[in-house]
Design a protein around this ligand. Sequence first.
Ligand SMILES: NC(=O)c1ccc[n+]([C@@H]2O[C@H](COP(=O)([O-])OP(=O)(O)OC[C@H]3O[C@@H](n4cnc5c(N)ncnc54)[C@H](OP(=O)(O)O)[C@@H]3O)[C@@H](O)[C@H]2O)c1
Length: 425
Amino acid sequence: MLGCGVVGQGVLRTIATRRESLARRLGAPIEVRRVVARDPDKERGEHAPRELLSFDPETVLGDPEIDVVVEVMGGLDPAGAHVVRAIEAGKSVVTANKFLLAERGSELFELAEARGVDLAFEAAVCGGIPVIRVLREALVSDNVVALRGIVNGTSNYILSRMYDEKIDFSVALRGAQDAGYAEADPTLDVNGGDALHKLTILASLAFGTRVLPSQIHQEGIEHVAAIDMQMAARFGYVIKLLAIARALPNGALDLRVHPALVPDDSVIASISGALNAIYIEGESLGPLMISGYGAGSMPTAMSVVSDIVDVGRNLMMGSRGRVTHRSLAAREVRDPGHHVGRYYLRFTVMDRPGVLARIAGVLGAFDVSIEQMIQEGRASADGEPVHVVMLTHACKDANVRSALREIHMLSGISEPARAIRVEEG
Ligand SMILES: NC(=O)c1ccc[n+]([C@@H]2O[C@H](COP(=O)([O-])OP(=O)(O)OC[C@H]3O[C@@H](n4cnc5c(N)ncnc54)[C@H](OP(=O)(O)O)[C@@H]3O)[C@@H](O)[C@H]2O)c1
């Protein structure tokens, strides 16, 4: 095993505490030969004895007795080079590394196929939720038309606290860090980057195509304010960070990660805290939803060890590559500017006569028509700006962006407007 942190220690615990049952089910015991880490002074718990630890990856990669390499180091380098080296040495690999697969998946799957070894990655997307197996095996005979999910527990935890406690993003983020849900550097969780890596993998499996991270539209939750949560609630919505992949009638894919207003009585709105959920729509199956913990030591370790069992079975049966992820031709991806849908718009304006009429005029000029509007109170005597929020009818994304750019130039507008898409049901 390469890495012995949050996930790695969970893997060791799972293998140690379920030794008998795993051996019975697999038909052979799982023996951990070597665990590679970086820092010799770190305490790693009772299941990582000193004699198992090494600080040289070669002790794993260069050992011909080792059949399976578990990569739980994370990051692109040196994890990527180690995975390549393991595959080239004829070892099957189990990885939890979504970043590596999103960036170099095609190359690694091709290499694994050419070398006749397994590259298993259930834990890389939504930790303990077995969504990779569902897409790769159970739904391989269906035609997936849409996939929508809450795939980042940290951002979901932050948004849930903002909603429940009416607190602002920065306060909720600090709470997530204190509770151990957010990393010291939470950038990829809150800017949508982590969800984007997961969607890259999910969409490529769901649609049997090659998807690159650069093809996915990305927005994070950093600009969602407490006021947006409250106003969305008044319209009957909750704000969630969604990862969305849809097949359009012309064959192109619609791929997006962004905060969205979802109806407050929808199932996806009820997924709160650190939970994840993925809703899949198959042409034959219809709707399917799976939910559970998408991160954490033991849920993620459970997926890693299930992959070890799968890979172990293949090794014993001489059937490696049974459920390979074939890399396929790319598909056209729609320009996000062509998205058509409803929008939540928030303007922060000086409470002066004519400002609202000018905003409405610009929106109208870009074919953005207003369905509902709330103006929050009146300004206080010291000239504080006020919020005006609107729900639009369906309109084109590019038009909304152009209108907002023009509105920003008007006098009486005190902050850039906020636009959040509405996703129905
Ligand atoms: N945490 C989760 O809930 C979760 C969920 C799903 C997927 N994942 C994925 O699982 C992977 C591991 O995550 P984690 O949370 O377990 O990370 P972590 O706690 O930071 O552990 C990383 C481990 O890798 C070791 N390591 C890092 N760079 C190394 C290097 N150059 N040489 C040798 N060892 C090195 C570290 O060694 P030291 O201990 O000596 O520093 C540490 O033991 C990542 O790809 C992550 O995206 C995590």
